[in-house]
Every structure is written in C-alpha cells, then in structure tokens.
Design a protein around this ligand. Structure first.
Ligand SMILES: Nc1ncnc2c1ncn2[C@@H]1O[C@H](COP(=O)(O)OP(=O)(O)OP(=O)(O)O)[C@@H](O)[C@H]1O
Length: 293
C-alpha cells in the first residue's frame, strides 16, 4: 500500500454557529496530484487552514507525514510549501528581499531555485512588492511556496490572476516537481483546471465531501454544455436525443447538457444550420446538479 502524505479523520470546524466543514475524511497518497474542488464558501480554505494549524479543528484530527497537524505543526511546516488564496506581503520590500527572507526560514540554500523559478515565471526580482499586479504577486507566492523544494505543496486557488501563458508554465513546473516526488494538494473552484493536472479529486459542497473520484472517471461521466443559435426556429422535439438533459429553448436559441457520442450531436447541430454554437465543459455547479441531485 502506498504511503499517505495527508490523512484527514472526521475533521469538523465551526465558526460559532456557522458551518465551516463537517466530518471530513479522506487521504492523499504520496506522489499524487490531488484536486480539492468546490464552489465558493464550500470549505476548501477552512480545510487547508486547519491542516496547516492556522486554526484548530472543533473536532476530529488530521496528520501530514504521519504527524499530527496541530501538535507537530512546526516539524511538518519545513517540508510544506503553501500558497494561500490571498497573499499579503511587506509592500516596501523588493521581490528578492521578500523571497530571501522567506528562504531564511529553511536550512537550505534556495538562491539558485529562486533565480530559476523567477526566470521561468518572468518575475522581476528587483521590483517592489507594492508595484506588482495581482498576477505578479501570485507569482511571488508560487516561488515562495516552491523555493525550498518541499515534499508537499498545498495550493489554495493558485491560478487566480495568472494569464493563460503563465498558467501553462506554472502547470509545467508543478508536473516537474511531481515527477521528482512532490505530492500536490490543489484546491480550486475551476473543474477544468483540476481536470488538466490532477490524478484524483475530492468534491466539497456545503462543508461536506460529496464525492471522491479518479479524474479519468469524472471525465468519462462528463457532460458537455451546448448553446446554439439556429438560422430558423428550432422544430419541436428536434433535440429529443438520448443523453440530453436540462433542455431549454427560446425560438431559434437552445441550450442543454449532453452526454454521449460527440459525433451524433454534432451531426444534429450541423443539420440545423446554426449561426453560432458553443460547446463547453459544464460549470462545476452544473456537474454537481447532475451527479448529486
Ligand atoms: N473567519 C470566519 N468566520 C466565520 N465564518 C467563516 C470564516 N471563514 C470561513 N467562514 C465560513 O465557512 C464556510 C467555508 O468557507 P471557506 O472560506 O473555507 O470556503 P472556500 O471553499 O475556501 O471558499 P472560497 O473559494 O470562497 O474561498 C463559509 O460559509 C464561510 O462563510
């Protein structure tokens, strides 16, 4: 059996009377890229902050590297790289000063790593933090999380604010780290990015884990969301096909979810003579609706 890097047992955190997370249990194996997805307010950050001992659980427990997250937090911390969803830095420092300051927490020389990562992410080390855009601040957070080559990376909404090219480079870096043996815990509300990179995914909704699946299984179950505008009014029952759900039509416009042979639906659309069509991955909420209602 492969070793568990993270183990969460019946973890619950309430904020006074408000729900944070309720009775969460799952584990992340060594070498996995594990996705943690859920809509805003589902409890992702609460789970992560509890794992990092930034807050104490109301009940239950969790361990990282087989050490208790709360009692042995300092010993765990040196082998973790954490990228918070929102970062706040000393605005007057330069990027380099800030990263050197972060690196000093570890018993390692991180200089070359800082230079290499900054180059790849096109992050200017000489700029002041206060001058950086949201995306560039995110890059600082990424370098800070990676500079000591941690055994476990915990990333909370890591791609917020990154443009697609930088996001691509970031994913390449993550995959390289993963090949070297780093386990990655990747929290996001964007299913499509989790699908690109993760092996398994836990889905959290209203504080509870509602599903845990291998990504390829999630893909195989996958619905596409289709919207189209036809040149003429769409005949009644035109889209009466197996695999269509949630069908909505207004004269010559239609939107629906489709699961099945892509060729069949494309042929049907093609015959209709459309002036516009979009076929997309459904939003996380749509998937929740169809899997769990
Ligand atoms: N400090 C706090 N005080 C009170 N309630 C809180 C606090 N932090 C979070 N919550 C509540 O706990 C629940 C889970 O929030 P959490 O931030 O963990 O969700 P999330 O999945 O990370 O969402 P997001 O993607 O919006 O950050 C929400 O209902 C939120 O309102």
């Amino acid at each position: 059996m492969s070793e568990n890097i993270i183990e969460i047992n019946s973890l619950t955190k309430t904020y006074g009377k408000r729900r944070g997370i309720e009775d969460i249990s799952f584990s992340v194996k060594k070498g996995e890229i594990f996705g943690f997805i859920g809509p805003n307010g589902a409890g992702k950050s609460t789970t992560i902050r509890t794992l990092l001992a930034l807050m104490h659980p109301t009940s239950g427990s969790a361990s990282i590297f087989s050490k208790d997250c709360i009692r042995e937090a300092p010993a765990i911390a040196k082998d973790i790289g954490y990228l918070p969803s929102e970062t706040s830095y000393y605005e007057q420092m330069t990027v380099e000063e800030l990263l050197d300051y972060a690196a000093a927490l570890y018993d390692k020389d991180c200089k070359d790593r800082i230079t290499e990562l900054s180059k790849r992410l096109q992050l200017d080390l000489k700029r002041k933090i206060s001058e950086l855009s949201l995306g560039n601040k995110k890059k600082v957070g990424i370098v800070q999380a990676l500079l000591h080559s941690p055994r476990l990376l915990i990333l909370d909404e890591p791609t917020n604010g990154l443009d697609p090219l930088v996001q691509h480079t970031f994913f390449e870096i993550l995959q390289e780290e993963n090949k070297k043996g780093t386990t990655i815990f990747f929290s996001s509300h964007v299913l499509s990015e989790v699908q690109k990179i993760c092996d398994r995914v836990a889905i959290i909704k209203e504080g509870k884990i509602i599903n845990l699946q291998k990504i390829h299984e999630l893909n195989e179950n996958g619905y596409k969301k289709i919207e189209l505008i036809a040149k003429v009014e769409i005949p009644n029952n035109y889209f009466n096909l197996v695999g269509i759900m949630d069908y909505k039509q207004d004269a010559n416009r239609a939107s629906f979810m489709y699961k099945g042979e892509v060729g069949n639906i494309l042929e049907k659309i093609w015959r209709l003579q459309v002036s516009d069509v979009s076929i997309e991955e459904p939003a996380l909420e749509d998937i929740f609706m169809h899997y769990y209602n």
